[in-house]
Design a protein around this ligand. Sequence first.
Ligand SMILES: Nc1ncnc2c1ncn2[C@@H]1O[C@H](COP(=O)(O)OP(=O)(O)OP(=O)(O)O)[C@@H](O)[C@H]1O
Ligand SMILES: [Mg+2]
Length: 236
Amino acid sequence: MKIEVRKARRHRNGRTILDAEGLVIESGTIAAVIGLNGAGKTTLLRAVSGLESEAGDDILYDDETQIPHDRIAHLTQSSYLFDMTVRGNVLLGLRGKGFSETEMDAMAVDALKRVGMEAFIDKKARTLSGGEAQRVTLARTLVMKKDLLVLDEPSSATDIQGAELMEDLIQSVNKENGTTVIMTTHNPSQALRLADMIVFMSGGRVLEWGHPAKLLKDPQNEETMKYFRNWRIDDV
Ligand SMILES: Nc1ncnc2c1ncn2[C@@H]1O[C@H](COP(=O)(O)OP(=O)(O)OP(=O)(O)O)[C@@H](O)[C@H]1O
Ligand SMILES: [Mg+2]
């Protein structure tokens, strides 16, 4: 799904926390939104997925103004699992779509395998650690096969191995299904590895966006430069 944020503004307590315009995310690509705490990344994602829409938003979805809620999955920064088994949680995303119980179960097992959580399938979700829960939540989100995936810090709580699995999974869902992905991360190396495009935000504004290598090597904005310099990344 192609996304065009022509205008999205949010004001809270007399402050402008989002003032985004002129951002285009092509269909089938992965866009990583990066920036410091409070830059407006989550606010932008919530506007794009329609989790929090407001009058005055001017966002196009495949050139249409209507938000296609049923084609969008949003993994929030703190997503919660329901008080049931891991399997039950993943199945939630599949019910009512015309799959048989056997098909749904195979899909759930496959998704859990891909995040390295198949051994936990019959465990109660509330017994999982933070990183384990995050892996299951991603599996639950990805199994739904939507056209747009909005992922807010999908691997913030996982260990390196978990993050790697998640990256592989996000990438394969993107490649296999042509799913457009908009994600945030505080790990610029992850953004450079995964994304076709990086969006740098600061103070609610999209300061710069473009090809990862180009942004890293030739940032046009002083703040983007500083951000990358702080991370001491010199190779892609
Ligand atoms: N409902 C709200 N009321 C008041 N201020 C808000 C509200 N939601 C967000 N903000 C403020 O807006 C700014 C942007 O918040 P946002 O959650 O989008 O940041 P972020 O870039 O996702 O940060 P992080 O990296 O910490 O997740 C922050 O300064 C935050 O405190
Ligand atoms: Mg955030």
